[in-house]
Design a protein around this ligand. Structure first.
Ligand SMILES: [Zn+2]
Length: 266
């Protein structure tokens, strides 16, 4: 071999170029078929702030083929302590457009569709949920979370629901037949409704990474998705608890669909 046929790192020039996903294809239970499932998948990410932005980042990085991003309103200075898809020169611009621009720059192969709109003012939300392989719910308020939950249950779309406040976070995975958000949080949490809750960016980023991992597992069909479980963590003292949740036989969303008193998953 002539000297010029050898690359600087010692790899022959004729060797196959390393692929973007080479480092994940070897994960036990993963592989090319799982990668192809990701490429064909659509994930709806509702909320593109600290939680949803991190989730979208890692969904795109893993090779999910199509992301639908829904988030209302412009970027403001206080968003920048956690929303790593955003840049200071974009303050005043649409947040969902900022997210799209950053994701496209890093992952040009991912199709991105955006809606700069409140969920309540998005008539096509039901259709978008029905067409998604998984919904990542990263909204901060219970009206939006219940709205998504009800649409996911009705259309049998798996949902990964992530939220945080200060140093605490939680992630709930709902697949058809497992307890839904209304089973677990029957009356919401009024303290989380105002936008005034506190956020440490690393805490919201962790919630987003956990949500992305669960969505990827469901789509790619590897590992054991945490369906029917609620992960609660408090990074104040690094406390993590994974709780099995129970269906509410009187749940207004899922009781009729699944049958009141149906067997709990074990
Ligand atoms: Zn329910």
């Amino acid at each position: 071999m002539a000297a010029g046929d050898q690359l600087a790192g010692g790899r022959p020039a004729t060797a196959a170029r390393p692929g973007r996903y080479d480092r994940q294809l070897g994960i036990p239970g993963f592989g090319p078929a799982a990668q192809e499932r990701l490429r064909r998948a659509t994930v709806l990410v509702a909320g593109i702030g600290g939680v949803g932005g991190a989730a979208a980042t890692y969904l795109a990085a893993a090779g999910v083929g199509r992301l639908v991003l829904v988030h209302p309103g412009p970027l403001e200075e206080p968003d920048l302590n956690r929303q790593t898809l955003m840049r200071p020169e974009w303050i005043g611009g649409s947040r969902v457009a900022c997210a799209e621009q950053t994701l496209r720059a890093h992952h040009p192969g991912v199709e991105i569709v955006t809606f700069d709109r409140e969920l309540a003012k998005l008539p096509e939300l039901g259709q978008l949920v029905g067409e998604a392989d998984v919904v990542v719910d990263a909204r901060h308020n219970f009206p939006d979370r219940y709205r998504l939950n009800d649409l996911c249950v009705a259309s049998r779309t798996p949902a990964v629901i992530a939220a945080m406040n200060a140093t605490e976070g939680n992630v709930l995975v709902v697949e058809p037949g497992t307890p839904c958000l209304r089973c677990v949080f029957t009356e919401g949490d009024p303290s989380w409704e105002p936008l005034g809750f506190t956020v440490l960016g690393a805490v919201s980023g962790l919630a987003g990474c956990l949500a992305a991992t669960e969505a990827i597992k469901i789509i790619a069909r590897f590992g054991e998705p945490a369906s029917g479980r609620l992960l609660q963590y408090d990074l104040w003292d690094m406390d993590f608890q994974s709780l099995r949740v129970r269906r509410d036989p009187a749940c207004p969303t899922c009781a009729e669909l699944t049958g009141a008193g149906a067997e709990e998953p074990t």
